[in-house]
Design a protein around this ligand. Structure first.
Ligand SMILES: *Cc1c(COP(=O)(O)O)cnc(C)c1O
Length: 300
């Protein structure tokens, strides 16, 4: 469906490795990359079970919230986003992700951070059902068995030519699908976008193979944290290589891959494939934040 784009950079020539990127961000401007993959079988299931409403969870800049709103609109199914941050109830229309989601018909329920932490409990869910009626529930970040199944379709048979597959990690659903579908001679390297030792265990719930590892040095201080060197790296990649990256996931992964290549982590002749999981809709929100702090912004 999407093609792999070969990256040309002096560093790659010098180190004699090749790096290509699978442009899953081009699937759709809003339901891009892995969120499209993760929703695909969940939407089919919701339809099969005759639900007329999807409910899911996320923060104010969530790619998953954006994707769910679009997918609901396209599939004629109502969507409800339970959003972390009670204070957003009167300011959400200034938030680019939430205002786009609302345009696609998503309704919001804003909850305090404390309540948000309880979202997995039976009590929280049954209160929601009393208030809203019945719904098909998709977890935060969209990861469940059906999401992993969708992500098993990211790699195609042709991708067996690569030695290394790299992908960003949030909840771990995407990398789980990639691990399950990778060839036995391939190694999968995940780049977590956040700090946390729980990820390895979470991924193990969905995978059988051991051909993978996490590279935890490139979270830039934690989830959605950025610094000047990441922002200028993202701008350079767009200018010089023609690849737009997002600041939360794919920017950190690509920074990490090129840093590892510079440090001779990969043998000469290694063929690397990076998965562009999308997330570009989040740049607008990040830029609002960067502007408010008088920091350099990401070129759009
Ligand atoms: C959500 C997201 C991820 C992380 O996916 P997980 O399946 O939660 O690990 C990676 N990249 C982008 C662009 C995302 O939106």
């Amino acid at each position: 469906m999407v093609s792999n784009q070969k990256i040309i950079l002096p560093l790659l020539e010098k180190k004699k490795v090749t790096l290509s990127i699978k442009r899953e961000d081009l699937i759709h401007p809003q339901i891009s990359g892995n969120k499209y993959r993760k929703l695909k079988y969940n939407l089919l299931k919701a339809r099969e079970l005759n639900y007329d409403t999807l409910l899911t969870f996320g923060g104010a800049y969530s790619n998953h919230i954006a994707a769910t709103a679009y997918a609901g609109k396209l599939n004629n199914i109502k969507t409800i986003g339970v959003i972390r941050g009670e204070e957003l109830w009167d300011s959400w229309s200034k938030n680019p992700t939430l205002s786009e989601a609302a345009k696609r018909g998503m309704k919001f329920k804003f909850v305090t951070r404390e309540d948000y932490r309880k979202k997995g409990t039976k009590e929280f869910i049954s209160n929601l059902k009393r208030e809203i009626g019945n719904f098909y529930m998709i977890p935060e970040g969209g990861t469940n068995d059906l999401a992993v199944k969708g992500c098993e379709e990211i790699l195609s048979l042709k991708d067996a030519e690569y030695d290394i597959i790299c992908c960003p990690v949030g909840t771990g659903g995407t990398i789980a699908g990639i691990i399950n579908s990778a060839a036995t001679n391939q190694k999968v390297i995940g780049f977590p976008a956040l700090k946390g030792d729980f990820l390895k265990k979470d991924i193990c719930k969905f995978v059988q193979n051991g051909n993978w590892e996490l590279c935890t040095n490139y979270h830039f201080g934690g989830y959605a944290r950025v610094n000047k060197s990441l922002v200028s790296f993202i701008n350079e990649m767009k200018q010089n290589v023609g690849i737009p990256l997002d600041p939360v996931y794919t920017g950190k992964m690509m920074y990490g891959i090129l840093d590892l290549i510079a440090k001779d982590f990969f043998k000469p002749k290694t063929k690397i494939l990076a998965i562009h999981t999308g997330g570009l809709q989040g740049i607008a929100g990040m830029n609002l934040y960067l502007k408010s702090k008088n920091l350099p912004i990401i070129d759009i």
